[in-house]
Design a protein around this ligand. Structure first.
Ligand SMILES: Nc1nc2c(ncn2[C@@H]2O[C@H](COP(=O)(O)OP(=O)(O)OP(=O)(O)O)[C@@H](O)[C@H]2O)c(=O)[nH]1
Ligand SMILES: [Mg+2]
Length: 293
């Protein structure tokens, strides 16, 4: 049988639903999702395999103007991943509509060699006239051959989009074993699941100031012991994360433990400590070690 395989890089503004879409196409959670912009910090490969095609979806940080070493690295990574992909999937939020940020991304994509497919996401939030309007605004961006109205949340249109992307891939052997879903190291995935619970419960600058690092992972068979550090940048943020009487960190811990148990298939003992690590987002050597490159 002739098989097809290749890489599809996701481009789009922060918060348009790229990670939700990758999870939907892969069929399980490989990337965390939140309602805060700039949730994704690393390029994450999600592998969607069917009988005759393997599409490796490269989930990427939302395209934005860099503010510090962290966001600068995120943007550089977006550019290099796009250049190396077999196709780009440009995701727009139908709920927000087409804006200047989308036009800027369209310009970058038009200038590149890779074929572009457009997805207008969150159509579950739109009535019919509004959907028609956004699709026509998206067409005016004049990038990409096809536009797919989808809802990553409900799954509407996602299978068709995935099949279309598979058709664009070059002929070749599978790049990952068909059972693989992601290239993320286990400790990073677990840290991300903890960060997802922090993002759910924090606001303003706090979500951006938090990073989670798993520093101990002990497999005791039926039980996995996970020790994780939750970094923040200021004492005041530490106070917020611990919460009155420790309620906030307890709530994060309980919810994260459930997520880790689902991921690992064992019981989990999760130990979280909150640490102030000033300026971690500007520390290049540290970002290297965090695998944010
Ligand atoms: N209503 C609706 N909400 C969606 C849909 N897809 C994603 N969302 C929500 O949009 C928010 C952002 O989703 P993410 O998948 O984290 O977005 P992202 O583009 O990966 O964001 P960054 O990583 O910050 O660039 C979350 O609250 C999602 O639940 C959709 O199809 N419909
Ligand atoms: Mg994301």
């Amino acid at each position: 049988m002739v098989t097809k395989s290749g890489f599809v890089a996701l481009a789009g503004r922060p918060n348009v639903g790229k990670s939700t879409l990758v999870n939907g196409m892969v069929g399980r959670k490989v990337a965390i999702v939140s309602d805060k912009p700039q949730t994704t910090r690393r390029a994450i490969r999600g592998v969607a395999t069917t009988e005759d095609a393997q599409v490796v979806l490269v989930d990427l940080p939302g395209v934005q103007r860099p503010r510090d070493a962290l966001t600068e690295r995120m943007q550089r990574r977006v550019e290099s991943e796009l250049a190396e992909s077999d196709a780009a999937l440009f995701v727009i939020s139908g709920e927000e509509g087409v804006g200047p940020g989308d036009r800027w991304i369209a310009g970058v994509l038009s200038a590149s060699e890779v074929p572009v497919v457009l997805a207008v996401n969150k159509v579950d939030r739109l009535d019919r006239p509004r959907t028609v309007q956004v699709l026509s605004d998206a067409a005016e961006l004049d990038v990409g051959e096809e536009i797919f109205p989808i809802s990553a949340r409900t799954g509407r249109g996602v299978a068709e989009l995935r099949a279309h992307l598979a058709g664009l891939m070059p002929e070749g052997d599978f790049l990952f074993p068909p059972g693989d879903r992601s290239d993320q190291p286990l400790d990073v995935m677990l840290a991300e699941l903890v960060r997802e619970q922090v993002l759910k419960r924090t606001f303003q600058e706090v979500p951006h100031a938090v990073e989670v690092v798993v520093d101990e992972l002990e497999d005791r068979g039926e039980l996995t012991v996970v020790r994780a550090l939750v970094w923040v940048e200021a004492e005041s943020q530490k106070g917020i994360l611990i919460g009155a009487g420790g309620r906030m960190i307890k709530s994060v811990g309980t919810a994260a433990r459930r997520e880790l148990e689902r991921e690992l298939g064992t019981r989990v003992h999760l130990d979280l400590s909150v640490r102030v690590r000033r300026g971690w987002r500007a520390d290049e050597a540290l970002l290297d070690r965090l695998g944010i490159e």
